[in-house]
Design a protein around this ligand. Structure first.
Ligand SMILES: Cc1cc2nc3c(=O)[nH]c(=O)nc-3n(C[C@H](O)[C@H](O)[C@H](O)COP(=O)(O)OP(=O)(O)OC[C@H]3O[C@@H](n4cnc5c(N)ncnc54)[C@H](O)[C@@H]3O)c2cc1C
Length: 499
């Protein structure tokens, strides 16, 4: 007989906790799972549709995964291939979720939107041509088209060429891209989880403390109910800290040696949004460009079609912003100061001193005028009119800063799972490529902390009933036909383009 109140506690109702909860429950229907969310609604932070760009990151259009040409002029596309395969796991999980009734109509959360990369200047045109050669040679990206012809680019995305002067431009396009409402997926997954026996999804509950119990194995999780400030403590055998920006503060409470020296560097964001139907109806793509100067990779601007709650609009940005809050809705300006401890002070100072250009960039971005922002937009859409665009806040990304980063003076923008030595706590740190690779990320959590669920032929078969591509080679040249056999039906279920 298990003496803990829950087998699993999930903190946060974003895409990560909700995906992990559903995967675990489907792999082992006996698990008792409790999910706590501080907000009164589900998934209001980074996963919410308006707080991220909704790009199904598949490596198609994001130039940051294939940044520099090699000395011989070729472009290494290995990272783009890896991201594509990681996103494939998410697509497969969602497609199977629709088939199994876990998720509802695909158009409520995913829509086909071509992915375009767009560059200017002769040097960048040569780079994009070489990138296209490398990408289209792989079976993931075979349908990718390349053009330097303004008329062709205008047919793909007319806003890019309208009123543009005579300059060298180039673009690649693939129809298999998508726009994803990660918040809608998370909410549906939470609803499914809440309806399962032995599972609870509790909103309005802030997790305030994590303490190891006297048995040295299980944990006490203290929550505070926002409605009446009452506090409760419940025990569990496993905790997933999927609290987004709030994860670092919670890890510090848990006192894990693995979190020693860890700090968090928040980067806020803003978008320009256009709802004018005359403009919106003329753009049907996600268009990614090159990183401007000191901008972190995540702040590379893009001009996106968004479909949120059945309504189409255009989104441009993100513009980065300096903030000391770790969460948008339920964060506080004291988050960053509160996270500074004697064990991470040196790391944070070193990072700050080594990245003055980044800090300067964030401050400059935050103090921009609307006209400054429109200047950046006009690099993509030269005819953009100020009256068509409004500014909204995007989500906050908290980059985890580890001691090794401090020694190297580098801010890493990737996502990482931190797991305690006894595997009873896992936490997600960082935010890129983020939501798109949620299934890949939480599968790693399951591999580490619930290895029995995936063990042997039985475990693999169980997981493949939920994620059909699980542990299959899709990317080697020999796997091209396996990829097509599995990828096409998933896209058909989700209403996405394949060729
Ligand atoms: C500007 C921007 C653009 C992005 N664009 C993309 C994109 O185009 N494609 C992509 O794939 N990814 C993108 N991302 C990244 C993506 O949004 C995140 O990786 C992903 O949403 C993280 O999900 P999560 O579940 O970890 O966190 P969140 O969605 O932030 O969820 C964490 C939840 O935990 C709750 N919480 C926090 N503290 C507590 C506590 N103490 N107790 C209880 N609950 C708590 C919060 O309220 C929140 O609901 C973007 C992010 C940003 C900020």
């Amino acid at each position: 007989m298990n003496s803990s109140d829950s087998d699993v506690v999930l903190i946060g109702s974003g895409i990560m906790s909700s995906t992990l909860g559903v995967l675990l429950k489907r792999l082992n229907p006996k698990l008792r799972i409790t999910l706590y969310e501080v907000a009164d609604e589900l998934s209001p932070e980074a996963s919410d549709g308006w707080h991220n760009a909704g790009t199904g990151h598949a490596g198609i259009c994001e130039l940051s995964y294939t940044p520099h040409p090699e000395p011989d002029g070729s472009v290494n596309v290995t990272k783009a291939i890896d991201i594509f395969q990681e996103f494939e796991a998410s697509l497969q999980f969602w497609a199977q979720g629709v088939a199994d009734g876990v998720l509802s109509r695909p158009t409520d959360f995913i829509n086909p939107v071509p992915h375009i990369s767009f560059v200017r200047t002769e040097e960048q045109v040569a780079y994009l041509r070489a990138r296209h050669a490398g990408m289209s040679a792989h079976h993931f990206f075979t349908p990718m088209e390349f053009s330097t012809d303004p008329a062709k680019i205008a047919a793909w995305a007319p806003l890019l060429t309208e009123s543009r002067g005579d300059e060298a431009i180039a673009a690649t396009k693939m129809n298999g891209g998508s726009d994803v409402n990660f918040g809608a997926i998370a909410r549906q997954l939470c609803a499914w989880l809440d309806a399962q026996e032995g599972c609870k999804v509790l909103t309005g509950h802030r997790v305030t403390d994590l303490q190891r119990r006297a048995d040295g194995k299980s944990w006490d999780v203290t929550t505070q109910r926002r409605f009446d400030d009452s506090a409760f403590t419940a025990s569990t055998d496993f905790i997933f800290v999927g609290a987004g920006g709030g994860s670092i503060l919670l890890l510090q409470k848990a006192g894990l040696p693995e979190a020693w020296g860890l700090g968090g560097f928040p980067i806020g964001g803003e978008w320009l949004v256009c709802d004018n139907p005359a403009v919106v109806s003329r753009h049907e793509a996600k268009v990614y460009g090159q990183s401007p100067g000191a901008a972190p990779t995540m702040a590379v601007p893009h001009l996106d079609t968004r479909i949120i709650d059945g309504r189409k609009s255009l989104l441009f940005g993100p513009y980065a912003a300096w903030t000391t809050k770790y969460l948008h809705r339920h964060g506080s300006y004291t988050d960053l100061p509160r996270s500074i401890k004697f064990h991470n002070l040196a790391t944070l100072l070193k990072i700050g001193i080594s990245n003055l250009d980044l800090i300067g960039y964030l401050v400059q971005q935050g103090t921009q005028s609307m006209e400054d922002r429109l200047e950046v937009l006009r690099e993509f859409y030269p005819a953009a009119k100020a009256t068509d665009w409004r500014l909204i806040e995007a989500g906050i990304r908290v980059q985890a800063i580890k001691q090794t980063d401090g020694e190297a003076g580098i801010v890493h923008y990737g996502t990482e799972v931190l797991t305690s030595a006894d595997r009873s706590v896992s936490a997600l740190l960082g935010a890129s490529p983020g939501a798109s690779t949620s299934v890949h990320i939480v599968t790693e959590v399951i591999r580490k902390s619930f290895p029995d669920l995936l063990a042997g032929e039985e475990g693999v078969a169980r997981m493949r009933a939920i994620v059909p591509t699980f542990d299959r080679d899709l990317k080697s040249p020999e796997a091209a036909s396996t990829f097509r056999e599995l990828a096409r039906p998933a896209r058909e279920k989700l209403g996405l383009a394949f060729d």
